[in-house]
Design a binder for this molecule. Structure first.
Ligand code: NAG
Ligand code: NAG
Ligand code: NAG
Ligand code: NAG
Ligand code: NAG
Length: 449
């Protein structure tokens, strides 16, 4: 249930608190200052998570109103936190959260999430596993799988769902036919698939992934979801994707920018991808205000960003930060945006641990909120400043042929019988009998809603 205009009207009201203590003071040119602010922000997220875990006893989830995808985004950023700051005190907790949500198909498809599990939600967790592989995150193993295997499994299951029957391709928003939004093809689903493919291409050097990355990007453009490097929300497959919903989100834009930057890098600076990256750089100004501070143009200034949308700038900031290292020719411009944004985001935060609050506005005139999306956003943009001086993300060849490089075909371990992710997406019947009950319950819940 991630990222769509469909939820735009359900704007939540921010819980407003008076500022309890001074704003976080960030010197964007000083590594120690950046690390110290990031530490406060990560500490706030982890304190909240521990409270939620104490109640649910289920690792990897945040309590309502946070959907499963947002937890995946947050744990992905904590994987980055450890790598970028060197503070590895949360590694076990983060590893446990990721591992618990892998689900029966070894591809981040936990049955408990069936009623809201879209392609974009699944790929959010797949991208967290990809970061874990690139960062060399702990040696923790899932059976005989590794982080890269999990990322490959997510890719494989989504490649199988690529749907050429309508709109000449693309991924549907939802995986299961009985879920609301199944007929919608949204940019974020194809965009995160594009990004996962591009990162796998970089990591493995396997051309299958770069071919898919190219195909995903070209489809999004051909169908009109990307036009002149503006990224629009999605279109209804039942109408042949003829009517494009033109809402623009910073996260969609940045995810395509990052993926294009990886492809620019994979192709050793090809003209084709250089043009694409430059095009996205050009339209990034849609999401900047006050001389280069990131903002969510569709909902921020009218105060209508809902819970999901409050996490979008965090997704955007981390993608822009990575785009800048893989396509260095855009680094200067993006760095100045990230620095101004990080400064403003930190100023909007106060308190610490479970009482930490941050503002959804990064221009210094917003009200702090205890929302997870706001704190995640601040963490992502602040620690994003460390990306350019960090070790470049690893590839399989950096690690020789050791197990951390994963299996040549990640699918192998999961290839037998019912462990295989559903081939025929949307068909509940393709799942095994033992899951029938939970699916029936999930279907019932959808009907009742
Ligand atoms: C699914 O729900 C059950 C029952 O609440 C819980 O024990 C289990 O840990 C959950 N699994 C995941 C992956 O969240
Ligand atoms: C940037 O946008 C301007 C104005 O829309 C356009 O003229 C120019 O060609 C664009 N540049 C790139 C690299 O796309
Ligand atoms: C590819 O990315 C690396 C950083 O990982 C960077 O050093 C290199 O310059 C990039 N290549 C190109 C062609 O820009
Ligand atoms: C490349 O990746 C694809 C998709 O996962 C896989 O089927 C293929 O075997 C891989 N090729 C090599 C040489 O590893
Ligand atoms: C992974 O473990 C399973 C069961 O323990 C085994 O059947 C399979 O061959 C193993 N796969 C690899 C790639 O080691």
């Amino acid at each position: 249930m991630f990222l769509s205009f469909l939820t735009l009207s359900l704007a939540t009201s921010t819980t407003l608190f008076a500022r309890s203590s001074a704003a976080l003071d960030l010197d964007v040119k000083d590594q120690q200052s950046i690390k110290s602010v990031a530490k406060t922000l990560a500490g706030g997220i982890v304190a909240t998570y521990k409270n939620d875990l104490g109640e649910s006893l289920i690792p990897g989830l945040f309590s309502d109103p946070y959907y499963w995808w947002e937890a995946g985004a947050v744990f992905g950023s904590l994987v980055d936190y450890s790598f970028l700051t060197g503070d590895n005190q949360y590694d076990d907790l983060v590893g446990e959260a990721l591992e618990h949500q892998i689900g029966d198909f070894n591809a981040f498809l936990p049955v408990n999430q069936t009623k809201t599990l879209g392609n974009d939600d699944q790929s959010t967790w797949g991208l967290a596993a990809m970061s874990a592989a690139e960062n060399g995150f702990t040696t923790s193993k899932i059976g005989n799988l590794s982080w890269i295997d999990l990322a490959k499994n997510v890719f494989d299951s989504q490649a199988r769902r690529w749907d050429s029957k309508t709109c000449d391709g693309g991924l549907r928003w939802q995986i299961y036919e009985f879920n609301y939004g199944y007929s919608y093809k949204n940019s974020i689903s194809s965009g995160q698939f594009f990004l996962l493919a591009a990162r796998l291409a970089k990591f493995t050097g396997n051309e299958t992934y770069s071919d898919w990355a190219e195909k995903a990007f070209e489809w999004t453009q051909d169908v009109g979801l990307i036009d002149d490097y503006h990224v629009y929300d999605g279109a209804d497959a039942d109408e042949g994707c003829s009517d494009v919903n033109r809402i623009q989100w910073p996260s969609n834009h940045a995810i395509f920018t990052e993926a294009a930057a990886y492809m620019y890098n994979v192709t050793k600076g090809s003209d084709k991808w250089k043009t694409v990256v430059a095009g996205f750089l050009n339209t990034s100004s849609v999401f900047q205000e006050d001389g280069g501070i990131l903002f969510n143009v569709a909902c921020e200034n009218n105060g209508k960003c809902n819970t999901d949308q409050r996490a979008m700038k965090g997704l955007a900031a981390r993608s822009y930060a990575r785009a800048a290292i893989f396509a260095p020719f855009i680094a200067e411009e993006l760095t100045s945006v990230l620095e101004a944004s990080a400064k403003g985001a930190a100023e909007g935060c106060s308190g610490k641990e479970a009482k930490l609050q941050c503002s959804n506005k990064w221009t210094g005139n917003g009200e702090p909120s205890s929302g997870l999306g706001e704190v995640f956003g601040a963490l992502a943009v602040v620690q994003g400043l460390l990306v350019k001086d960090a070790k470049a993300p690893a590839t399989a060849s950096d690690r020789g042929t050791g197990t951390s490089a994963g299996s040549p075909t990640a699918n192998a371990p999961a290839a037998s019988g019912s462990d295989q992710p559903p081939e025929n997406e949307g068909a509940a019947g393709a799942l095994t009998v033992s899951r029938g009950l939970s699916l029936a319950v999930a279907a019932l819940v959808v009907v009742l809603l």
